[in-house]
Design a protein around this ligand. Structure first.
Ligand SMILES: Cc1cc2nc3c(=O)[nH]c(=O)nc-3n(C[C@H](O)[C@H](O)[C@H](O)COP(=O)(O)OP(=O)(O)OC[C@H]3O[C@@H](n4cnc5c(N)ncnc54)[C@H](O)[C@@H]3O)c2cc1C
Ligand code: FES
Length: 276
């Protein structure tokens, strides 16, 4: 299976599930060991095949520097993702990729960066944050602002508590509705964006989350003064082939699978379907 995978882009690499972690009632991280490493950049995605069920795209949430073990953090929404939530260590699945463009990390060197995440959008952003931590001395300043519906729905909660202690990161998280365990701010993520002590006109903003959150975060960031070409959005359009052949993921003149999923806002702002 694996020896042909690079020649035939449709052929998945045989992959073993080595561990599963229930992050929230509906979100699970699966840790996978493909038969051959899949070197990827933060923001690129893979197609996961569940034998007999189907295939779906997911962005790795693990460190790009350890491509021999890939973590996917997956919300249960339908056919494939329900099966993902039944997987056990030792089960065999398929992976093909990496697909798409990923974040242009080198373009961010020397800049002030605001990363904004919502819900399951934390998954690709975790991989991006690992990449940033590896070069944090080369970044001017790094901010992370994240929001979830409730403390129970906050993925990587323990890990983000550790991130909050890092001297190279300014992190703030909010929930729409708090509880007795929650000591942080309460409100949607757009309410905690404008306290970053950075120059918005020259800074970079990176947003990933559900479409409605991306829409309102983009509006807020533009009002704050971020430039359209400094604003990076990860677009989760419906996909099939993942390699620019089938047309399922069309976004204006682009194919989200090949030209994205990461776009600068000025590239796609004129297409109304970006928030669908
Ligand atoms: C580049 C990319 C990266 C992604 N990364 C992640 C990730 O890291 N974690 C994660 O949980 N999800 C991610 N998604 C979304 C994930 O692919 C869908 O949730 C998955 O395809 C649903 O498959 P299903 O068979 O379980 O659902 P289905 O039974 O096919 O559909 C259930 C519902 O999900 C919607 N849906 C189906 N496919 C998609 C899709 N591709 N994007 C958005 N909605 C869809 C359908 O409209 C329907 O409402 C990503 C999507 C893309 C395109
Ligand atoms: S998913 Fe087929 S062209 Fe993008």
């Amino acid at each position: 299976m694996s020896s042909c995978s690079r020649k035939n882009p449709y052929r998945p690499i045989e992959t073993e599930v080595i561990e599963t972690v229930q992050e929230t009632p509906t979100i699970r991280t699966i840790k996978l060991k493909p038969k051959e490493p899949i070197p990827f950049k933060a923001g690129q995605f893979v197609e996961l095949t569940i034998p007999g069920i189907g295939e779906a795209p997911f962005t790795p949430s693990s460190r790009p520097s350890t491509p021999e073990i890939i973590h996917l953090t997956i919300m249960k929404v339908g056919k494939v993702t329900e099966k993902v939530h039944e997987l056990q260590a030792g089960d065999i699945v398929g992976l093909r990729g990496p697909l798409g463009n990923g974040y242009p990390i080198d373009d961010f060197i020397g800049k002030e960066i605001l990363v904004v995440g919502g819900g399951c959008g934390f998954a690709p952003l975790r991989s991006l944050m690992y990449s940033f931590f590896e070069i944090s001395g080369k970044l001017k300043k790094l901010y992370f602002r994240g929001g979830c519906r409730s403390p129970q729905e906050m993925v990587y909660r323990k890990e983000t508590e550790e991130w909050a202690k890092r001297p190279d990161l300014n992190l703030k998280l909010t929930v729409d509705k708090g509880d007795e365990t929650w000591k942080g701010p309460v409100g949607v993520v757009t309410t905690i964006l404008d306290d970053a002590a950075m120059d918005y006109a020259t800074g970079i903003a990176i947003v990933c989350g559900p479409p409605i959150m991306m829409k309102f975060a983009t509006k807020k960031l533009l009002e704050m003064g971020f430039k359209k070409d400094h604003l990076y959005l990860s677009m989760e359009k419906n996909m099939s082939c993942g390699i620019g052949k089938c047309g399922h993921c069309r976004l204006g003149i682009y194919y989200a699978c090949k030209d994205g999923p990461v776009f600068r806002f000025n590239q796609i702002e004129s297409y109304p379907e970006i928030w669908d």
